[in-house]
Design a protein around this ligand. Structure first.
Ligand SMILES: O=C(O)COP(=O)(O)O
Ligand SMILES: [Mg+2]
Length: 227
């Protein structure tokens, strides 16, 4: 079967959002009387949604307690700070616009499937001018469960009116790879994102593509000789 849709991860795949996420995370730590963390350390905390980012930032480590003391205040502080700077230093990665346009030209429907909550996702897509390229947006709080659960991928396919087996998910992390596999989608990974600090070569994916232009080429080849 020919592919009919692509499901794009946001943080680490479409956009480099680490400068803004790290600023908000560090503003939160400073408000709570803690010292700021290095940006590259905070980058390893991104991927499982902002509640996890806040937990990990409070702990200064990936393994964090489920309900640390002061979590609600910390989350409120993070959100307040992130609303102020969301998008300020975030940039669309090289190849994203050309890759998305190539996929659209091939007739694919496009959706964003991100763990970022909708209140941050929608303004970010609008302010960077790429919102109009997508037929659907599934955010971290759209469904009852986030990636790595398959639900957001399945919901995006439903919104686009395609079977999950006719969609390719493109992401930067284990959360995308697990969700896409469990949903029955094809799955590609980009190597330039975050993946919680791990090498993307450890992921179970159909291919690693250097950019979204290469992802579009992979789709084109697959349409020419379907499996
Ligand atoms: O919010 C996160 O933790 C990561 O978001 P993503 O799913 O777009 O990578
Ligand atoms: Mg990501």
């Amino acid at each position: 079967m020919a592919l009919r849709a692509a499901l794009l991860d946001l943080d680490g795949t479409l956009m480099d959002t680490i400068p803004d996420l790290a600023s908000a995370a560090n503003a939160m730590r400073v408000e709570l009387g803690m010292s700021p963390l290095r940006e590259d350390v905070i980058a390893t905390f991104v991927g499982k949604g902002i509640e996890n980012l806040v937990r990990r930032t409070l702990a200064g480590a990936q393994d964090a307690e489920e309900h640390p003391v002061g979590f609600d205040d910390a989350l409120a502080s993070f959100k307040r700070n992130y609303h102020v700077i969301n998008g300020e230093k975030s940039v669309v990665f090289d190849g994203v616009l050309d890759g998305l346009m190539a996929m659209r030209a091939m007739g694919l429907k496009l959706a964003v499937v991100t763990n970022k909550p909708e209140e941050f996702t929608l303004p970010l897509l609008r302010n960077t001018g790429i919102a109009g390229l997508f037929d659907a947006v599934v955010s971290g709080d759209t469904c009852a469960r986030k990636k790595p659960d398959p639900l957001p991928m399945l919901h995006a396919c439903e919104q686009l009116g395609v079977d999950a087996s006719d969609a390719v998910a493109i992401g930067d992390s284990i959360n995308d790879a697990l969700a896409a596999r469990a949903a029955g989608c094809a799955v590609l990974a980009v190597p330039y994102g975050y993946n919680e600090g791990r090498d993307v070569r450890t992921l179970d994916v159909d291919a690693i593509v250097p950019t979204l232009v290469d992802a579009a080429d992979w789709v084109r080849r697959r349409q020419e000789s379907p499996k």
